[in-house]
Design a binder for this molecule. Structure first.
Ligand code: XMP
Length: 327
């Protein structure tokens, strides 16, 4: 499919049958575009769009798809492992895992301004990816999980996340098999491709990852508190059947402390803020109404299991006046 307007002939994909038809068509299209021996490089974040795109391309050309997964240290607990398992074992693609954690966290040390943090993360991401691309010979194609809202909105939000900012000398032709699909259609296709449910139905996750949830200058210990508290929240939401029902839920760790008490002794530790919202388009958002006993249980788990945390605050601010993320 060429151009940037969704073809009228493309039926809305709502069922496994329609997804199968779409997959077959796209496998044929990718084969035709890439040819008998062409190779495709793809930056795989583990998000729905890049994962579905990678799964589709690998069905078409097997291990001539080379996925690069950059671990910037700002991913959620278990994510790098899952990406490596799915695309290193389940699908036939080649997977290059780049541990760039120190490079990102060293560059971010002492940087408190949110936009500056985003810029650093975006720039290093492109640098790391371009370095990997240059190490590989004979790659003409770049796979991208662009979806239709990206084309329609093409705003700044995801700019660093797509690798559109790659140096021109790399001179790639784009392979974008899901570019005319809406998010719900991408999920139906992902399910049909056999991707795990927690990849297909995952909530939106910002490109700068947990970096914008570790408020102010990121420190490794506070970042761990974000990651561990987020894992507990996701586990409890899944247990309570809220996965895929609440639009986005996560934790934030601000850069201030308060006093508390543990085992009869005074503590001086961080709070964890919990945010759970529902929205249609992320332009406005409502706070999800949650069961109070569940909130108490999550509070108890976070304060007893996460190092350096003595308090949990629940953010019940709608958007506006608050944005969904804190930074
Ligand atoms: P806000 O905080 O603006 O967020 O209400 C709206 C939605 O966008 C996500 N978000 C981002 N996504 N890069 C992204 O790819 C970013 O820099 C970024 N900042 C916010 C946020 O998680 C929410 O879903």
């Amino acid at each position: 499919m060429t151009g940037n307007v969704r073809p009228e002939s493309l039926e809305r994909i709502t069922t496994p049958e329609l997804a199968k038809k779409f997959i077959d068509e796209q496998i044929a299209a990718v084969k035709e575009q890439v040819g008998e021996s062409g190779k495709v490089l793809l930056a795989l974040s583990g998000g729905v769009d890049s994962s579905v795109c990678a799964a589709l391309i690998s069905k078409a050309i097997g291990n001539r798809l080379i996925c690069v997964h950059v671990n910037h240290g700002l991913l959620r607990k278990g994510e790098p492992e899952q990406v490596c398992k799915v695309f290193g074992e389940q699908f036939e693609s080649q997977l290059i895992y780049v541990d760039a954690v120190d490079r990102f966290l060293d560059a971010l040390a002492g940087v408190a301004d949110p936009e500056q943090k985003r810029k650093i993360i975006g720039k290093i991401f492109i640098d790391v990816f371009a370095e990997e691309a240059k190490k590989l010979d004979g790659i003409e194609f770049l796979g991208q999980g662009t979806i239709y809202p990206d084309i329609l909105e093409s705003g700044p939000v995801k700019s660093h996340h797509n690798v559109g900012g790659l140096p021109e000398e790399l001179n790639f032709q784009l392979v974008e098999p899901v570019k005319f699909l809406y998010k719900d259609e991408v999920r139906v296709v992902g399910k049909e491709l056999g991707l795990p449910d927690n990849m297909v139905y995952r909530q939106p996750f910002p490109g700068p990852g947990l970096g914008v949830r570790c408020v102010g200058a990121i420190t490794r210990d506070r970042l761990e508190a974000v990651r561990e508290s987020d894992a507990i929240l996701r586990e409890e939401f899944a247990k309570n059947g809220l996965e895929g029902k609440v639009w986005q839920y996560f934790t934030i760790v601000p850069d201030f402390k308060s006093t508390g008490i543990k085992d009869g002794l005074r503590t001086y530790d961080w709070p964890v803020v919990v945010r759970a919202v529902n929205t249609v388009d992320a332009v406005t958002a409502e706070v999800a109404e949650l069961d109070f006993a569940m909130m108490q249980h999550i509070t108890k788990r976070i304060t007893s299991e996460v190092a350096g945390v003595n308090r949990v605050l629940w953010d019940i601010t709608p958007k506006p006046s608050g944005t969904i993320e804190w930074e």
